[in-house]
Design a protein around this ligand. Structure first.
Ligand SMILES: CC(=O)SCCNC(=O)CCNC(=O)[C@H](O)C(C)(C)COP(=O)(O)OP(=O)(O)OC[C@H]1O[C@@H](n2cnc3c(N)ncnc32)[C@H](O)[C@@H]1OP(=O)(O)O
Ligand SMILES: CC(C)C(=O)C(=O)O
Length: 586
């Protein structure tokens, strides 16, 4: 059924603020943060937290550096009441942390809230009532004056109870559904509440302007906040607080623009848990500041622990793509990204500027307690850079470029067929199978010796014993060095034209037992150049092994009836078996 959106929804009217200032502002300092995980986050859960889960989350919030924490709605549920008591009676509120509690502007609920706070050193009592045109009409059936009366009466009772307690009470008022409230009315009702609480620059009233439902583009929220901030009286006696939700998926953007518009404080939750699409995600906000060089004043350096705690307490998962926190957000599967990351990380190691500059990695994963290990992962979208990165990282291989190209073709063939990921361990297995491990029918070098040629001073003779399928035979060749002589010996033995196209080597570690790797690119008759890789404590033997590795790969292809360049040995065998040939046989 087609729904005509024009017939059902109307556009949000713009705010009349032609000289708006916020578009030119930048965020240069962190706001006052208030966590509402234990209240707004909790009230939206399928299974609300009990005391034990609340306590675990509370302790995490304190460790992160939150100084204001809304711990519940004590008049609404016994658990929330008991939790406030638990924190107070067990002296779990650090000197610099203030507990905040929410209450509707209703007398019995307010009285019960003050009971929950008995013995608390300092607290923020947060009172709210809905002010939007829609709620006035359909929920409360009241005009503006009636709604102001609810707020004023609630504030008066709170003010009077605050005078009777030893707790240092701070006040917070929310014109709930602020984004759906006419701005002049929002100012009017807030000023009515200010008249009751009489805030001063020394003891400011928190005016929390919630985007209870996100109803418009983020710039509209910023306009609303700038308009309010300019028009409310005694601006220096109020703290303008944001409480954004995320219905349009732009809660973070709206918050950032509203901070540019002059807000002082932000209420939100870890990873954006909360009603419907959630409250604004304070972790993303904090990390967005961090990555602009602004200290957010919230410690997110152990992100895995924050994720584990949030998932445990909320019994909801954090999405693998969640900014800064998701399992996959520091991972690249695609080839060109891997290549750029690999080059960026190398350039970073060589630079000493200290500035983070790696393509596709907006932040250093170690800043949030993640490692580089999982940055590059391999599937069919991956290229040579990623493959080379993992083999260098885990096995210190310095693969020449052509070998990278060749081997990534082998890997891609496998990942294309499996449609899955190849782990770092599997990648190493594939590499070993392709280049380092003996297959049935492969030639192995048992021993060799070189002696100077009696006829020419610059020529050496190499005699070697090769083993194939357990049987030994001798080969001999001449050349201007051991490699050359070994290739000569193999040409004669196999009756095959062979030529070394490229050669490189490197040591792995230092000392007498250090291994060396040799990489030899060989051209065999009827085949594209193919690499061989050899490993040994003796560099000459490593090179000879590399030559044999390449020759063996050619022989496997020949046995499978194939010619060409990089192909998986496994695949060649499968093809051969399918064709009724015994690939591995001599
Ligand atoms: C946007 C937000 O997140 S606001 C926070 C919302 N959180 C919660 O609601 C979770 C906890 N709430 C509760 O457990 C319950 O709603 C309670 C215990 C607080 C109240 O329960 P009940 O007394 O059964 O009231 P219920 O919530 O069903 O009804 C609301 C009544 O309070 C009135 N009301 C609602 N909000 C307010 C308010 N902020 N101030 C004054 N009156 C209010 C409504 O108009 C309605 O009045 P009516 O009975 O005359 O129609
Ligand atoms: C009580 C208020 C601040 C609230 O939770 C909201 O508007 O979302």
């Amino acid at each position: 059924m087609h729904v005509d959106p024009k017939a059902k929804y109307r556009p949000f009217p713009p705010v009349d603020l032609p000289d708006r200032k916020w578009p030119s502002a930048t965020i240069t300092q962190a706001p006052i943060w208030a966590s509402v995980d234990l209240r707004d986050g909790n009230q939206a859960l399928i299974e609300p937290m009990g005391i034990q889960r609340k306590a675990r989350l509370y302790e995490t919030l304190v460790r992160m550096g939150f100084k204001e924490i809304e711990v519940g709605f004590p008049a609404a549920s016994q658990t929330d009441f008991d939790f406030a008591r638990y924190l107070i009676e067990n002296d779990m509120v650090p000197e610099d942390v203030t507990l905040q509690v929410l209450v509707q502007a209703r007398e019995p609920l307010i009285r019960r809230t003050f009971e929950a706070l008995k013995g608390c050193r300092r607290a923020i009592v947060h009172v709210y009532n809905s002010t939007s045109e829609l709620q006035r009409r359909v929920v409360f059936g009241m005009d503006r004056a009636g709604i102001i009366d609810i707020a004023r009466q609630g504030a008066e009772l709170i003010h009077s109870l605050a005078g009777e307690t030893d707790t240092d009470i701070h006040y917070q008022y929310s014109p709930e559904s602020f984004t759906g409230t006419e701005l002049d009315f929002a100012v009017e009702i807030c000023e009515a509440v200010m008249d009751v609480f009489q805030p001063t620059p020394e003891k400011r009233l928190i005016l929390n302007l919630p985007s209870t439902v996100e109803m418009a583009t983020p710039n509209v929220y910023a306009d609303q906040i700038e308009w309010f901030s300019r028009n409310v009286k005694n601006r220096d006696s109020v703290i303008i607080s944001l409480h954004p939700h995320n219905d349009r998926g732009t809660g973070v953007a709206a918050t950032e623009l509203a901070l540019m518009a002059g807000a002082d404080r932000v209420e939100g939750t870890l990873f954006g848990n909360g009603e419907r699409t959630g409250n604004v995600d304070v972790v993303t906000l904090a990390m967005n500041m961090f990555t602009q060089g602004v200290d957010p004043g919230l410690d997110c350096s152990n992100m895995p622990e924050l994720v584990t705690t949030a998932e445990y307490c909320n019994r909801l998962p954090v999405h693998p793509r969640h900014p800064y926190a998701g399992e996959l957000v520091f991972t690249a599967f695609s080839g060109s990204h891997q290549d750029a990351i690999n080059k960026g990380l190398r350039a970073l190691r060589q630079s000493n500027s200290g500035m983070w500059e790696v393509p596709y990695l907006p932040i250093d994963p170690t800043d949030v307690g993640r490692t580089y290990e999982a940055v590059i992962r391999i599937n069919s979208q991956s290229g040579k850079g990623g493959v080379a990165h993992i083999l260098e990282r885990d096995h210190a291989l310095q693969m020449p470029r052509n070998l990278q190209v060749e081997f990534s073709g082998v890997v891609q063939h496998i990942t294309d067929e499996s449609e899955g990921e190849v782990t770092a361990m599997q990648l190493w297995d594939i590499f070993q199978t392709e280049y380092l491990v003996q297959n049935p029918g492969d030639l192995a070098l048992k021993e060799y010796r070189t002696v100077p040629d009696t006829h020419a001073t610059d020529i050496r003779v190499l005699d070697a014993v090769l083993v194939v399928n357990g049987e030994e035979h001798k080969v001999s060749g001449r050349g201007n060095g051991p490699l050359d002589a070994f290739v000569d010996a193999l040409k004669t033995d196999l009756g095959m034209a062979l030529e070394v196209v490229n050669y490189s080597e490197h040591a792995l570690g230092t000392g007498a037992n250090a291994q060396a790797y040799a990489y030899v690119e060989m051209k065999a008759e009827g085949h594209a150049p193919m690499y061989g890789v050899g490993r040994h404590t003796n560099i000459v033997q490593a090179s000879l092994n590399a030559i044999l590795s390449s020759v063996n790969r050619v022989r496997r292809l020949n046995a499978a009836g194939c010619s060409g360049g990089a192909r998986s040995t496994q695949k060649a065998k499968e093809d051969a078996q399918a064709a009724g040939t015994e690939a591995a046989a001599e």
